[in-house]
Design a protein around this ligand. Structure first.
Ligand code: ADP
Length: 436
C-alpha cells in the first residue's frame, strides 16, 4: 500500500508540475504576442506622426529599428517604400487584409505565419493624411522556437520538480500511514476508536469491528478454558477417588474389580476428551481453506459405518445408505471426522433396535436416526462446545460434548451449510450441504 500511495502521489506531483510548466508557457507566449502587437501599433503611430515632416519616402528608413520593417503603400496597392527590400520588385499589396482595413477604417492589424521560416509576422497598418498607407511589421519566433531555447532550463526545472515530488511523496506517505501502522499495537485500548488523533474517522468502523471480534474471541477462549478444566476434573476426580479407595484398602475384595473398570472407563473418556480438545484447537489454528482434493462422501460414509458397526450392534441398530456417488472437494481426514461424529451421535442417541439412514445427493449428505430427538429450545445450541442436552446421557454413552463442534468447524472450513431437523421422541436428521 505504501508503495502504491507513494507512486500515486509522485505521479500526481509530476503531472501537476508538467501541466504548470506547459500552462505558464502558453500564458507567457500569449501575453508576449499581445505585447508585440501593442508595441507595433505604438511604433506605427509614432512613424506616422513623423511622416508629415519627411520630404521623401526613403527617409522612412530612419524609423526601421532592428526587426521592424516599414512599408509605404499607395492607395492602389503599389509599394512606394519597403525597408527590408527593393520596393520596385514588390507585388501589389492592395489585397493584404491590414492594408484593406487601413484604407477603409483608418487602421488595421494582421498576423501571418511564414511557412518557410516558421515565424509569425505581425502587421499594423494605418492610413496617412495624404491617403497612403503606412505599414509596420515584425517577425516573432513561434512558440516552439521560443520553447526550444528554454528546453535545457525546462528539463532542469522538471528534474528538480521530480526530485521534490519523490521526496514529498515519500514523506507524505509516511506521515499518512503512521496512524495505520500503529493500529495493531493500540487495538487493545478500548478508547482507541473514539480518538480522532489516533484513528482516521474512515477507519473507525473497521477498528470497532476488530475490537468486537477480539473481545468475543477472548471471552470464548476463557469460557472454553473454564469448560475444559471442569470437564477434565470430573473423570479425574472419579479416577483418583476410586484409586485412593483401592490403595488405602478401604475397597472390599469384590468391589475392586468394579472400581478398576470404572477407572478404566473414566480414563478412556479422559483420553477421548483430550484428543477431541486437541483436534478442536488444531482446527482453530488452521483456519486456512481446506485443501481442494476430490473426496467421495459415499465411500467415506461406508468406511465410518464399518468402523461403527460394533457399537451399533450392541443396541441392535441397523444402517442403510442411499443415493448417488457424491464427490466434493475438501480434506479427506476432516470430512471423515464430520461423518463419523454424525453417525456416532445417531447411534448413541438412538433407541434400542432403532435405525440410521444415510442419504446422499450430488452435493449433500444427510444422517437421520430414529432416536430420542432434540427439544426445540436446545436445537440452536447443540453445535456449541461442551453443550449437551442431557449431560448424564452424553457421559454414559462416552460423549464429550465436542463432537458437533468439530462437525461445525469442519463444515465451516469447507464452506458447507448445516441443517438440523429433529422431533422429540421421533428422531433427528442432520444435513451437510457443500457448495457447488
Ligand atoms: P456429545 O459428545 O455429548 O454427543 P455432541 O457435540 O456430539 O456432544 O452433541 C451435543 C449434544 O447434542 C449431545 O449431547 C446431545 O444432547 C445432542 N445430540 C447430538 N446428536 C444427537 C442426535 N442424533 N439425537 C439426539 N440428540 C443429539
Amino acid at each position: 500500500m505504501e508503495e502504491k500511495i507513494t507512486l500515486n502521489l509522485f505521479y500526481m506531483g509530476l503531472i501537476s508540475a508538467i501541466l504548470a510548466v506547459l500552462c505558464s508557457g502558453i500564458a507567457f507566449y500569449r501575453s508576449y504576442q499581445e505585447q508585440v502587437q501593442e508595441d507595433l501599433s505604438r511604433h506605427g503611430q509614432l512613424v506616422a506622426e513623423a511622416y508629415t515632416s519627411l520630404t521623401e519616402p526613403s527617409q522612412l528608413s530612419r524609423f526601421s529599428r532592428q526587426g521592424i520593417r516599414i512599408t509605404l503603400i499607395q492607395t492602389d496597392g503599389t509599394v512606394l517604400y519597403e525597408s527590408a527590400a527593393d520596393a520596385g520588385t514588390m507585388e501589389n499589396h492592395l489585397s493584404r487584409p491590414e492594408v484593406q482595413s487601413a484604407l477603409s477604417g483608418g487602421s488595421g492589424s494582421a498576423k501571418r505565419t511564414s511557412e518557410t521560416l516558421g515565424s509569425v509576422d505581425y502587421y499594423y497598418a494605418l492610413r496617412l493624411p495624404d491617403g497612403n498607407v503606412l505599414r509596420v511589421s515584425q517577425a516573432v519566433s513561434n512558440i516552439y522556437q521560443i520553447y526550444g531555447d528554454a528546453v535545457p532550463y525546462l528539463v532542469l526545472a522538471i528534474c528538480i520538480l521530480m526530485i521534490m515530488a519523490v521526496v514529498f511523496a515519500v514523506l507524505l506517505t509516511r506521515r499518512l500511514l503512521v496512524p495505520i501502522k500503529r493500529l495493531p499495537d493500540e487495538l487493545d485500548d478500548p478508547t482507541l476508536a473514539d480518538d480522532r488523533s489516533r484513528v482516521y474517522p474512515e477507519l473507525r468502523p473497521f477498528v470497532q469491528e476488530i475490537q468486537k471480534q477480539r473481545q468475543e474471541r477472548d471471552s470464548m477462549r476463557q469460557e472454553f478454558t473454564a469448560n475444559v478444566s471442569h470437564e477434565l476434573k470430573t473423570p479425574l476426580t472419579t479416577i483418583s477417588g476410586y484409586a485412593e479407595m483401592i490403595e488405602s484398602g478401604m475397597a472390599r475384595e469384590e468391589d475392586v474389580k468394579r472400581f478398576a473398570s470404572t477407572i478404566h472407563r473414566e480414563s478412556g473418556r479422559l483420553l477421548t476428551l483430550i484428543s477431541d480438545i486437541i483436534r478442536l484447537s488444531q482446527l482453530d489454528e488452521n483456519d486456512a481453506p481446506a485443501p481442494m482434493l476430490p473426496v467421495d462422501l459415499r465411500n467415506l460414509a461406508t468406511e465410518c459405518m464399518d468402523s461403527l458397526v460394533p457399537a451399533a450392534k450392541k443396541n441392535g441398530i441397523s444402517f442403510s445408505i442411499e443415493g448417488p456417488e457424491c464427490t466434493v472437494h475438501g480434506d479427506k481426514g476432516e470430512l471423515w471426522e464430520l461423518i463419523y461424529n454424525l453417525i456416532d451421535n445417531a447411534i448413541r442417541y438412538n433407541r434400542p433396535n432403532g435405525s440410521i439412514s444415510i442419504t446422499l445427493t450430488e452435493r449433500s449428505i444427510c444422517v437421520s436416526d430414529t432416536g430420542i430427538g432434540i427439544p426445540p429450545e436446545h436445537q440452536e445450541r447443540i453445535f456449541e462446545r461442551f453443550y449437551r442436552v442431557d449431560k448424564s446421557h452424553s457421559r454414559s454413552t462416552g460423549g464429550t460434548g465436542l463432537g458437533l463442534s468439530i462437525v461445525k468447524h469442519v463444515a465451516e472450513h469447507h464452506g458447507a451449510r448445516l441443517q438440523l431437523e429433529s422431533t422429540l421422541g421421533v428422531g433427528t436428521s442432520i444435513t451437510v450441504t457443500f457448495p457447488s
